[in-house]
Write a protein that binds this ligand. Structure first.
Ligand code: MG
Length: 311
């Protein structure tokens, strides 16, 4: 979660392609502030922790009700943080249900789900629920499941190449492009399909946590969310250096830090040595029906047409 929050804060000045498409930049400047990505990351964690604490985390209906309640509560506490217009409408209408979004909001808020469950199946199930309260389009669910699964595998000791294999074969994201190939034409699109594969690639080409963050920022685009997702996976694989953990603590309010403290007590361990095989956690047959049924990456024109209906 701190990786997600730091990614959001560090990426925030460069949203809407405002960065220089370079890895060389100061990590923190005056404009580096947490945004909707952090608020909703905390909101989802708070809800999943409450579901565990009160023992109803296996109950889909109750967990989803808690997720919606928590997102609306935290959204009211921190308004004007860059929420998409349709999400903002949902936040302010307690009777509103899911609205078919395939925006990247489902993937940027899901990171806690990667740490709270002891199997890939449970992780995917809860990630799906966190998406479905608003982002119940197959692409929205797929993005959340992809991010949480990558975090689960990264913290469980699977090497980067194993995580790549899982995201390509189980999730069905195309990871064949390198950062250098993606970067020149990459633009601000707030969809899962044009954010999550790029965030995964920023992680896969990273050598340590800070390198993952710099990789993501260097792509440009929807930089706070892209870097949030990349950072959430980078944290699970590399851990976050102590000085950056302290920066994270200093840059968010006390009530958010209180959720992080509860999360630290509840989360499962991170394995530092990446010598586990992907096959210990996943076999190719019969997995991920929701991702296998999902449509392949939408065409560029399709994304442009749907641009105003996202997030
Ligand atoms: Mg944001």
């Amino acid at each position: 979660m701190r990786g997600a929050i730091l990614g959001d804060i560090i990426g925030s000045p460069y949203e809407f392609d405002m960065g220089g498409k370079t890895k060389i930049f100061p990590l923190f400047i005056e404009e580096s502030k947490f945004t909707d990505d952090t608020v909703m990351t905390i909101a989802v964690a708070d809800a999943l922790l409450l579901a565990q604490e009160y023992g109803f985390d296996d109950d889909e209906e109750k967990t989803k009700a808690m997720l919606a309640k928590s997102m609306r509560k935290w959204g009211r506490m921190f308004p004007y943080k860059g929420y998409g217009s349709r999400f903002n409408h949902w936040l302010n209408d307690p009777s509103a249900g899911p609205y078919g979004s395939f925006g990247n909001g489902s993937a940027m808020r899901v990171s806690s789900a990667g740490w709270l469950y002891d199997s890939l199946e449970e992780t995917r199930k809860h990630a799906k629920w966190t998406a479905e309260v608003t982002h119940n389009h197959p692409d929205g669910i797929k993005g959340a499941v992809a991010a949480a699964s990558a975090i689960f595998l990264a913290r469980s000791g699977v090497a980067q190449e194993g995580i790549r294999e899982y995201i390509e074969k189980a999730i069905k994201y195309d990871l064949s492009y390198t950062l250098d190939e993606i970067r020149p034409s990459y633009r601000h699109f707030e969809s899962c399909e044009y954010t999550v594969p790029e965030a995964v690639t920023a992680f896969l080409e990273g050598r340590d946590f800070e390198d993952v963050i710099r990789n993501a920022v260097s792509l440009g685009g929807d930089c706070d969310t892209l870097t949030c997702i990349a950072g959430s996976i980078g944290e699970a694989y590399f851990d976050v250096p102590e000085d950056l953990k302290q920066e994270c603590r200093n840059r968010i309010p006390a009530d958010m830090n209180a959720v992080l403290d509860r999360f630290d007590k509840a989360r499962l361990p991170r394995i530092d040595c990446h010598d586990r095989s992907l096959s210990d956690f996943w076999k190719p047959a019969g997995n991920m029906p929701e991702a296998q049924d999902a449509p392949q990456k939408a065409g560029f024109l399709d994304t442009v047409i749907k641009f105003f209906t996202k997030k």
